[in-house]
Design a protein around this ligand. Structure first.
Ligand code: ATP
Ligand code: ZN
Length: 627
């Protein structure tokens, strides 16, 4: 935007210069070449009879001396004696009417402000319409940078440690390679993919790798480039970018930091940001306007999906999410290998040891680690980068101010490890619970860790026993924290909320309560003009009974869960310590632990697909929508 101001400023300066030049020409002529002197000196000259002739014009008097010099002075009409002096001293003089300003400068003076206004107006109109192609008015042009298929050499081999994400985007590659073939087979292609993950986890890298694998052009732009001070610029940039992309299809448009434009609308009370809203609307319009065969895929990256406008996430827009989380221990090892290829590494360097010592590091941090280590080695005049250099680089990064908050604090990791172990052990012990498939303490979204259970059958009905067990499993995380860490974290609040909802649904919807019977005590919530309200269909007394019943379900399950944790302390402890070491453990290791054996080391490989759930302190299957 500075750009635009400086351009406007240049025009103003040019106009002013022209103006003064005209003015100069005007002043020339008569007085040209005369030496200005003080009025008193002029009077002295007159009295000394040095003046031959004089011309009085408006406020100035121009005179020629006897020796032919030209002088001028400013007169004042206070001096009523001037004419007398001139006559008495034999000066030949003349009085002239002030000359009207020249035609040119007259026009200029009267029209200049008008012209300026018109100029400014045209300027804004042009960029509002986004028509400002080329020339000085290119603000509406897209700022997207294009990498064509030849200059983008990134492939999946450069992206390490996020196999799940790679697997999820493989389909996009297949589509981009040959869109028409894909369509003949009836594949439904997502137009928009949202990559969600913390900073530096390789979202940009992965998007580039998709383009690289498919050998298609890659357009990249940051959400903040759209948000300009002037209304309409962002929208026209979006339009321009899509036009451009369609010409190069099949291709990828990558929008980094989509939250800069995509925050839900009307969030800022009192007007909000019109510009951003317009830009967002334009983006939605463009995405809706794609024909299915356009062959343009829009990939957007954000580290917070929760702040995005819901309209962006609707079908046909960014309806697919790919989670790019922080790498776990295996992932970190692989990322280190990728970056170590670029520097000469001494044989004593152990990537697996480094991976273990860098919990919470993102891909970008690890790339930085290798880089810093190489710098240490260079400063020490070594030919190869040794383990010591890596250790020093790691200390530097961990100690560095920018990393302190991001590297998971040890205390928090321990807490998460016990929390997740609690969920997992109780889930393993309860007969009807779904098998525990994987446990991790890698933070993802808002969750510090996750426990995955895979349902054996598709879930149609939830039976009462199973629901009760589920409540016990939900409680187990917090209980384990209490028992082992003697503290309670906020990570469990979501677990509690879900447990309560489940219990409430059992009593009021599914009629599973013995004391209250099978009557349904709650109407479905209704949407009315004032928002959501549930119609009251039960009496105060019944309502109290309902609350009591919910309370009693929760209490019983809490007690059950607590007993199981207390009786199986050794297992919870072993699992937590295994998690602290490996960060993610799978079904085999979990079984080892439950049978009291030392868990086998993890095998690397692609874990099965999962559904991301970003708002829980641990994922256990959700009940059939107790809204
Ligand atoms: N999974 C990975 N494998 C290899 N290198 C990685 C990986 N993740 C990150 N890196 C390194 O970190 C650098 C920065 O990553 P990138 O810009 O893709 O992160 P990002 O998720 O887009 O971050 P941001 O949210 O800050 O834009 C990459 O250029 C690469 O060198
Ligand atoms: Zn939990």
């Amino acid at each position: 935007m500075n750009n635009m101001f400086s351009k406007a400023a240049i025009w103003v300066v040019i106009a002013l210069v022209l103006f003064t030049v005209f003015k100069q020409f005007d002043d020339r002529g008569l007085s040209g070449g005369a030496t200005p002197i003080a009025y008193s000196d002029f009077l002295d000259e007159v009295k000394a009879k040095h003046i031959k002739e004089a011309t009085i014009e408006d406020r100035s008097i121009i005179a020629t001396t006897v020796d032919g010099k030209k002088i001028k002075a400013t007169v004042t009409n206070l001096d009523r004696g001037l004419i007398g002096d001139l006559v008495n001293n034999d000066v030949k003089f003349d009085v002239k009417q002030p000359e009207p300003p020249s035609f040119l400068s007259q026009v200029f003076i009267s029209w200049f402000p008008m012209l300026l206004l018109i100029g400014v107006w045209v300027f804004f109109m042009r960029q509002m319409q986004g028509g400002g192609k080329g020339g000085a008015f290119s603000f509406g042009k897209s700022k997207a940078r294009m990498l064509d298929e030849n200059s983008n050499a990134i492939t999946f081999a450069d992206v390490a440690g996020c196999d799940e994400a790679k697997e999820e985007v493989q389909e996009l590659v297949d589509f981009l390679r040959d869109p028409t073939k894909f369509q003949k087979l009836g594949g439904r292609i997502p137009r928009g993919v949202l990559m969600v993950g913390p900073p530096g986890t390789g979202k940009t890298l992965l998007a580039r790798a998709i383009a690289g694998e498919a050998k298609v052009p890659f357009f990249t732009i940051s959400g903040s480039d759209f948000v300009e001070m002037f209304v309409g610029v962002g929208a026209s940039r979006v339009r321009d970018m899509f036009e451009n992309a369609k010409k190069h299809s099949p291709c990828i448009i990558f929008i980094d930091e989509i939250d800069a434009v995509g925050r839900h609308r009307g969030a800022g009370m009192g007007g909000g940001n019109d510009e951003r809203e317009q830009t967002l609307n334009q983006l939605l319009v463009e995405m809706d306007g794609f024909e299915a065969n356009t062959g343009v895929i829009v990939i957007a990256a954000t580290n917070r999906a929760d702040v995005l406008d819901k309209a962006l996430l609707r079908p046909g827009r960014f309806d697919r999410q790919v989670i790019v989380g922080l790498p776990d221990i295996r992932g970190r090892e692989q990322i280190l290998y990728v970056h170590m290829r670029k520097v000469p590494i001494a044989p004593d360097v152990k990537a697996d040891v480094l991976a273990r010592g860098t919990p919470g590091f993102s891909g970008a941090d690890l790339a930085n680690l290798v880089n810093e280590a190489a710098l240490f080695a260079a400063r020490r005049n070594k030919r190869l980068v040794e383990m010591q250099d890596f250790e020093d680089a790691k200390d530097k990064i961990v100690m560095g101010p920018e990393r302190k908050s991001a590297v998971m604090r040890e205390e928090e990791r321990r807490n998460t490890a016990y929390h997740e172990s609690g969920h997992a052990v109780v889930a393993k012990l309860l007969p009807k619970a779904d098998p525990v498939h994987k446990v991790t303490i890698m933070p993802r979204g808002f969750a510090l860790g996750l426990t995955w259970q895979l349902p054996e059958h598709d879930r149609v009905n939830m039976y009462k026993d199973k629901m009760l067990e589920e409540i016990a499993i939900l409680f187990a995380g917090r209980i384990a924290e209490e028992v082992f860490m003697h503290q309670m974290s906020t990570g469990a609040s979501n677990d509690f909320e879900r447990a309560t909802k489940l219990a409430r649904a059992m009593v009021t919807r599914y009629g599973m309560s013995e004391t209250l019977g099978t009557m349904v005590y709650e109407d479905a919530e209704q949407d009315n003009y004032f928002g959501r309200m549930s119609a009251k269909t039960v009496s105060e007394a019944t309502q109290q009974k309902v609350d009591q019943e919910i309370r009693s379900i929760l209490d019983t399950q809490y007690a059950l869960s607590r007993r199981l944790i207390e009786e199986n302390k050794a297992k919870v402890d072993l699992m937590a310590n295994t998690l602290l070491e490996w960060e993610t453990i799978d079904a085999d290791q979990i079984n080892d632990i439950m049978e009291g054996r030392e868990p086998r080391p993890p095998k690397s490989g692609v874990p099965p697909r999962r559904t991301p759930d970003s708002n829980s302190g641990g994922l256990t299957p959700t009940a059939p929508a107790p809204a």
